[in-house]
Design a protein around this ligand. Structure first.
Ligand code: ASP
Length: 542
């Protein structure tokens, strides 16, 4: 039944193939985004930066004088004992040194205000002794911003450029909601149907072991690639980490807590709550159990239940196909938003770092994984890649493996001809725990930070620690945008690096997130092809 669905837009017969539609939409979206990108506006005022120690804390204020009044642009307090200021605002920390207070004028102050339906983000940039610094301030209403910025907003009304950007963001978000809407029912029905289709226990066990082995091996290959390239290129050597005013709300859990948390999630106390809350790991484990126990129960009534889930799966696949047919619009919208809101300055500062992440990802995606597909799955990697392209392009533009999952399942089954028994198990689990791109990214980012920190030199043992913790972080990261950035805290902690050092790399995280998510989804898909060939087919013929 699963293979019978013929009017599926993913495998459009007569129409222009979906991957070309998506690719074209992406390019058009990027071009519109670049045109709409409003660039940074230089501030007409002189900005005074003051930093003072008092009563165990350090206070940083940035103000301008206007008509005898002092307007606040930025005001933050830091604990005087921690090195928070050093890492968030190294240029300010350097100016302060051991003194009680320091003051200077910001060089080349610029701003870019982004407005979306849900509020405003002020991206505020300046330099001190040539070192760039970027702060982001977010608020839902202008009145919540520091006084200078709320005045700025009233003097600089939102332009058509912002309206286009905000509209694109809204359209993109609507598409994302549609994808999310189908995801949970799709995983549930697909997984139960897949497991009941596997029949005997032995086959399930083999698939489980095979899948986990694939996940771990490929993640380590990705990590190894990252380690080699970051050591070879050394993007952080001699680099000055510019400050980032925004500190990520990082996960402050320890490694053991992360592992324990994942194990707990495997056993939902209330499976219905897990479904309602979209808890992927819980849904996966419960669906597997339901499938297994349908098989163990056997008989007519169990068969009816299996049929019900199979019918549900067919309906969800159809609904997914409809959502997917809207992908070109959603993807174009995301591209407009992504390119219209990025400032170009930070790209130059972090060019080597970005290049290292990018080259390592490319190596993993075009050398390592294709070799596995050719050797273990006995498929043409190129043809397989072309079958998966709609999913990969969507992963790239949405930066979310979870949101892409419906497309991944659809492409693997309809375009690449992998059986539902394999894909229903390998893909949902993969979208949740198999993230080669994220693991690789963690390693490169953390070693980049270490290289750029004066006096820090990670030993081999520490690099191995980074490798292992990166694997855990990638397993723990959710398949949503920026999850890898949040989980990086665990890796930084493991080798004693300060969390605030993430400051600047946030600025370019979106682009790298897009690339690593495409690699995450590509690795899940390759795993599907490998497991299908090695386990499902051999079991079926044996
Ligand atoms: N965005 C990635 C994903 O969904 C996770 C990450 O941030 O690395 O796969």
């Amino acid at each position: 039944m699963n293979g019978e669905n013929t009017n599926d837009p993913v495998s459009t017969g007569g129409r222009w193939p979906l991957h070309w539609q998506i690719l074209t939409a992406m390019i058009i979206g990027a071009i519109i985004g670049i045109v709409v990108n409003s660039g940074d506006t230089p501030l007409p005022d002189t900005v005074h930066v003051e930093v003072k120690r008092s009563a165990g804390e350090i206070r940083l204020t940035e103000t301008v004088s206007r008509g005898g009044r002092s307007l606040v642009l930025f005001d933050a307090r830091f604990d005087g004992r921690t090195s928070h200021l050093d890492h968030a605002f190294p240029e300010v920390a350097a100016a302060l040194g051991d003194a009680e207070e320091a003051a200077f004028e910001a060089e080349d102050p610029r701003v870019r205000v982004l407005s979306t339906m849900s509020g405003y983000t002020v991206v505020w940039q300046r330099r001190h002794r040539g070192v760039p610094a970027v702060s982001r301030l977010r608020a839902s209403r202008p009145a919540e911003l520091p006084e200078y910025w709320s005045q700025w907003l009233s003097e600089h009304p939102v332009s058509w450029r912002h309206r286009v950007t905000a509209f694109a963001k809204t359209v993109g978000d609507l598409f994302l909601r549609l994808l999310k809407m189908v995801t949970v029912p799709l995983i549930l029905t697909s997984l139960i149907t897949g497991v009941t289709g596997l029949g005997s226990h032995g086959r399930f066990g083999r698939m489980f072991r095979g899948t986990l082995t694939y996940y771990i091996v490929t993640s380590f290959l990705a990590i190894f690639t990252g380690l080699v390239l970051v050591n070879l290129i050394g993007p952080g050597r001699g680099a000055t980490l510019p400050g980032g005013g925004e500190v990520v709300h990082s996960s402050d859990r320890t490694l053991t807590e992360v592992i324990y948390d994942q194990v707990l999630r495997l056993i939902p106390v209330n499976p219905f709550a897990a479904v309602a809350g979209g808890e992927f790991l819980s849904i996966i484990s419960f669906s597997i159990l339901v499938g297994m126990f349908i098989n163990l129960t056997g008989g007519d009534s169990a068969r009816r239940l299996a049929d019900l889930f199979e019918a549900g799966f067919a309906v969800m696949l159809k609904m997914t196909a409809w959502v997917i047919s809207l992908a070109p619009v959603g993807v174009a919208a995301f591209m407009i938003y992504a390119t219209a809101t990025q400032g170009l300055e930070v790209f130059a500062t972090l060019a080597w770092y970005m290049l290292t992440v990018f080259l390592a990802l490319v190596f993993h995606a075009v050398v390592t994984l294709p070799v596995l597909v050719a050797v273990l799955a006995r498929r043409s990697p190129l043809r397989f890649f072309s079958s998966m392209s709609p999913a990969l392009l969507t992963a790239f533009s949405t930066a979310s493996s979870n949101a892409t999952l419906p497309l991944t399942i659809s492409c693997v089954e309809k375009r690449a001809g992998v059986s539902n028994r394999t894909s229903s198990f390998v893909l949902p689990l993969g979208a949740t725990i198999n993230m080669d791109g994220t693991a690789l990214y963690e390693v490169v980012a953390v070693l980049f930070i270490a290289q750029a920190m004066p006096g820090v030199d990670l030993s081999l043992v520490e690099q191995i620690t980074v490798a292992f913790t990166a694997l855990i972080a990638s397993i723990g990261a959710a398949g949503i945008p920026h999850a890898g950035l949040v989980m990086m805290a665990i890796v930084l902690q493991a080798v004693g690096l300060p969390l605030e050092a993430q400051g600047i790399i946030i600025a370019v995280d979106r682009v790298l997130d897009m690339c690593r998510t495409a690699v995450n989804v590509w690795s899940d898909s390759c795993g599907c092809a490998v497991i299908d060939q090695r386990i499902t087919r051999t079991a079926a013929s044996g």
